[in-house]
Design a protein around this ligand. Structure first.
Ligand SMILES: Cc1cc2nc3c(=O)[nH]c(=O)nc-3n(C[C@H](O)[C@H](O)[C@H](O)COP(=O)(O)OP(=O)(O)OC[C@H]3O[C@@H](n4cnc5c(N)ncnc54)[C@H](O)[C@@H]3O)c2cc1C
Length: 413
């Protein structure tokens, strides 16, 4: 079946879903396709910390109803090392906060809103292909869940299909420059049905390895342990995980409460940046273009910051003004590299590298002491953690009346 839309979007993660909504606010048609089912996308456990500017973006885009009711505003984090746990007070240092609101909830809100607004979303598709990227009429092809093959003529395509997607590999070889670092450790993460044992996230440096006590809701905790990249999750029964967490977070007069482990997984830790984020009429956004270690809580925020830049850029491009589209890659990459550096810095300050000697440990401890004792160093951490630059993509303009296409994909002319 042949159809037409203005923007074809590949991938229903936070980047693709938010982009389709921001485009709809501008009266721009899109078709969004996703290889997984809606249920899978809504249940996939990933990030959970929203920067100050990301919350502002979602509020301006009228997407913050549940976020404002259920999100937990956090005014800082704890850094724990060498027997002390010290608070970094974001509110006092920057006047800003972060909000704990799970990526699963962000995705649920976005899907519900797109469907309520009559957006064209197709889940469980197969055989996605993009072509004609260096022409003014790129084409998106896929097979829907009922087995019908579709060919969608687009004015532009947004590759929001994550690190393992098909859009970045569709760019001819020699166009992209990539930078990649695999760290010599991974995170074993659990989701536990137990009230958090802390009011704010605890980042713990420990000689046995890093640990993070994160939060998902007043009744659900998210906890992580640094493990080897080739670690077998079968070697980690729940009792061993709780014992190791208690060991790494141990402080006098503090107890880690335990609960039912509802989800358990191991995530590799990687930095990856690909440049440019545009090839012809294909624009990459989110994990399709860059990956950061989760230590800085930046992956989800970067994905949303990219599409905050991309929506007005596509609006301009579709109406004959190429300037924002020409600046898209450089605008995003400036923020991406800042987040890449911050995430690397947090990661290497807090994790124990295999074979690390005492000199390295002492350097990490010195850096941690400096961060908690120097107001300037603490402010730098707080500024980066809450989001730098503060606003992702600039202030959203009010929705303009639709120019050109209507709200749905149209039959091919
Ligand atoms: C296990 C894990 C844990 C994480 N934990 C954290 C964390 O604690 N903190 C943090 O900040 N970040 C974390 N991240 C990173 C964060 O979740 C991502 O940065 C964020 O999901 C990026 O959003 P995205 O929309 O760019 O990509 P994704 O969320 O990956 O969405 C891409 C979508 O494209 C779909 N897709 C792929 N190929 C195709 C295709 N061919 N056709 C159609 N659709 C396709 C995928 O199914 C997926 O739904 C984690 C990531 C992972 C994998």
């Amino acid at each position: 079946m042949r159809t037409r839309t203005q923007v074809g979007i590949v991938g229903a993660g936070p980047a693709g879903l938010l982009l389709s909504h921001l485009l709809a606010l501008r009266g721009i048609d899109s078709v969004l396709i996703e290889i997984r089912s809606r249920e899978y996308c809504e249940a996939r456990q990933r990030a959970g910390v929203l920067e100050h500017g990301t919350v502002g973006l979602l509020r301006e885009a009228d997407l913050a109803d549940r976020l404002d009711r259920l999100g937990l505003e956090h005014g800082g984090i704890y850094l724990q090392f060498d027997g002390e746990r010290r608070h970094i007070d974001f509110r006092e240092l920057t006047g800003r906060t972060v909000t704990v609101y799970a990526q699963t909830e962000v995705v649920k809100d976005l899907i519900a809103r797109r469907l309520a607004d009559g957006g064209a979303l197709e889940f469980s598709v197969t055989d996605t292909e993009v072509s004609g990227l260096d022409t003014d009429q790129p084409v998106l092809r896929y097979t829907d869940a009922a087995g019908t093959r579709h060919e969608v003529a687009c004015d532009a395509i947004a590759g929001c299909d994550g690190y393992h997607g098909i859009c970045r590999p569709a760019i001819p070889s020699g166009v992209l420059t990539t930078w990649e670092r695999d760290y010599p450790y991974a995170w074993l993460g659990i989701l536990a049905d137990v009230a958090p044992s802390t009011d704010e996230l605890i980042y713990a440096h420990h000689r046995s390895g890093f640990a993070l006590h994160s939060v998902r809701s007043p009744a659900v905790s998210r906890l992580y342990l640094q493990v080897r990249p080739d670690e077998d999750i079968a070697a980690w029964p729940d009792e061993r995980i709780w014992a190791e967490l208690a060991h790494r977070f141990a402080l006098p007069d503090w107890t880690l409460d335990q609960g039912l482990v509802a989800d358990k997984s191991i995530t590799p830790i990687r930095s990856f940046v690909s440049s440019p984020m545009r090839y012809g009429r294909l624009f990459l956004a989110g994990d399709a273009a860059h990956i950061v270690p989760p230590t800085g809580a930046k992956g989800l925020n970067l994905a949303m910051a990219d599409v905050a830049v991309l929506a007005p850029a596509l609006d301009g491009l579709l109406h004959g003004d190429e300037r924002l589209a020409a600046a898209y890659s450089a605008t995003c990459l400036e923020r991406v590299w800042r987040a890449t550096h911050f995430s690397w810095w947090m990661t290497t300050m807090l994790h124990r590298a295999p074979g690390a000697d005492e000199m390295e440990t002492q350097l990490q401890l010195s850096q941690l002491r400096y961060v908690v004792r120097s107001r300037v160093a603490a402010a730098s951490l707080a500024e980066n953690y809450t989001g730098y630059p503060e606003r992702p993509g600039g202030r959203l303009e009010p929705a303009e009346p639709a120019r050109g296409a209507g709200p749905h994909a149209q039959p091919a002319t």
